[in-house]
Design a protein around this ligand. Structure first.
Ligand code: CA
Length: 486
């Protein structure tokens, strides 16, 4: 009760402050987080941007912190994102070619995103839903083309679809690091709800990834880490049914998914008991409770906006704090803590409704609805009702997460995006400019010659071999990093 009252007061204050902080957030505001030291050298600082192509088709552009228009993927890379996650639906269209929306997330869309991610040096994490539309614990609807097939036939088609999609993605330039066999598959996958059937489909997908490239990691993705015994149950089941995988990935939305201490604890069980990598494949946090497209947000005033797990403010600093905290919770699992991927961090509005009222608001809203229908840039278009009548068929519309993006309603990067650069120590960045280049080697040499003194984070970053001392070996390592040898 006390807690609820406390949050009501906070909420009331936020409602008053929101318009102001939104203005400040798109200006010269900054955020600050304490960097963590990744225990895994390949620590993933990822972002899912599956809706980006549909948004661009609808006219949305993205700008860097200076307000200059740039490729979204470049902006993300420049801000420390090292992995892009992209969902793949089998066939998100009606027979006459109308899109279900949700970013038109078919293979062709994934190809475009994967190619652009690779152009800016980022790896791709491919998220197969094995459905024609959204898959989550409540929905694992079998693709239309697989309906009525036996389990064996389904497994064969799942294998073929996985392998051929991966070959296409790589052939078109994607740099694939990890593949998710299913999305939030706690109780089912592709219409199979029985454990033996699920295990068979998991293994069919895993085999396709192994045959594609044995160096690519196989991830399985679940949710509800807060439920008593859930993670243990799933990891034990995968072991019992001899499911082949490398990474246990979970969703972690702090509004619903328990404490960070519990997250570390349950992921630690999987890492220690079964030697698997663990990661958070989806998380997000609101930087405001305001909506900008006329479609209600998941996190909004008087909904999911109070509770004991909301440790951070709904502003840019709070959003950065959440990302840093989730990264830390995964990292302290140890070397098996592989990283964190933020979900749909660029799913902004197709047309800003901020400040509009009455007829003006109605007009903008109906324009947005037309964009969602035409370009598929909302969470669902009306055409999805044939496949998902009870949810998409009733509630289709725009973005429910525009207030959890790292971009404002005009597409300009928010200061919180910097968290991907600043949440982890960048080894080799001795001068602290966010890059590793020849100036860092020079800084280390000057430090060794006692011309300058590196301290604190800079000393930490310069100690590349983690010997506890900064010496000529670290300067050499920086040169090897620049040359791409290390
Ligand atoms: Ca919205």
């Amino acid at each position: 009760m006390k807690l609820r009252l406390f949050f009501s007061v906070i909420l009331a204050s936020l409602m008053l402050l929101c318009p102001l902080s939104a203005v400040a957030a798109s200006g010269g505001d900054t955020v600050s987080v304490e960097p963590i030291k990744p225990n895994n050298p390949g620590f993933i600082k990822g972002m899912d941007v599956s809706s980006v192509i549909s948004l661009e088709n609808a006219g949305v552009t993205f700008k860097n912190r200076d307000g200059e228009e740039e490729d979204l993927l470049k902006i993300l890379a420049d801000n420390g994102v090292n992995t892009i996650r992209v969902r793949v639906w089998n066939d998100p269209y009606t027979a006459d070619g109308r899109s279900y929306g949700g970013g038109n997330s078919d293979l062709n869309t994934a190809v475009q995103i994967g190619r652009r991610a690779a152009r800016y040096g980022m790896k791709l994490m491919v998220d197969f839903h094995y459905s024609d539309f959204w898959a989550d614990p409540g929905k694992q609807t079998v693709p239309k083309a697989w309906q009525g097939l036996s389990l064996d036939e389904k497994a064969r088609l799942l294998y073929d679809f996985t392998l051929s999609s991966l070959l296409t993605l790589r052939g078109e330039g994607a740099d694939i690091r990890m593949v998710q066999v299913g999305n939030e598959t706690n109780g089912g996958i592709a219409g199979e709800w029985e454990r033996g059937g699920m295990a068979k489909l998991f293994n069919a997908g895993a085999k396709a990834v192994r045959d594609f490239d044995p160096n690519v990691l196989v991830a399985l993705h679940f949710t509800n880490p807060e439920r008593e015994g859930m993670v243990k149950y799933l990891a034990d089941f995968l072991n019992e049914y001899a499911v082949d995988y490398d990474v246990y990935a979970t969703s972690y939305y702090p509004y619903w998914h328990g404490s960070l201490a519990n997250l570390t604890n349950v992921l630690g069980y999987v890492a220690e008991t079964y030697g698997k990598y663990v990661m958070v494949a989806e998380t997000s946090y609101a930087n405001t409770l305001a909506d900008t497209d006329g479609h209600d947000n998941t996190v909004r005033e008087q909904s999911n906006s109070s509770g004991e797990n909301l440790l951070w403010q709904f502003n840019c600093q709070g959003q950065a704090d959440e990302v840093r905290a989730v990264m830390n919770a995964v990292n302290i699992v140890g070397e098996k803590g592989l990283g964190v991927c933020y979900w749909e961090g660029a799913w902004i509005t197709a047309g800003d409704t901020t400040g509009k009222t009455g007829a003006e608001l109605e007009e903008r809203y109906s324009q947005n609805k037309a964009l969602w229908e035409q370009y598929g840039c909302g969470w669902a278009a009306s055409a999805a009702s044939e496949y998902d009548p009870n949810d998409a068929g009733r509630y289709y519309g725009g973005s429910a997460v525009d207030n959890q993006a790292f971009f404002d309603a005009q597409g300009r990067a928010l200061p919180s995006l910097r968290v991907f650069l600043e949440a982890t120590v960048l080894y080799g960045d001795a001068n602290g400019d966010g890059r590793v280049d020849i100036n860092d080697a020079t800084a280390v040499q000057k430090h060794i010659a006692r011309l300058i003194t590196l301290g604190g984070e800079r000393l930490e970053a310069a100690d590349i071999d983690r010997s506890g001392r900064v010496n000529i070996n670290d300067a050499t390592d920086i040169q090897r990093m620049i040359a791409g040898i290390l």
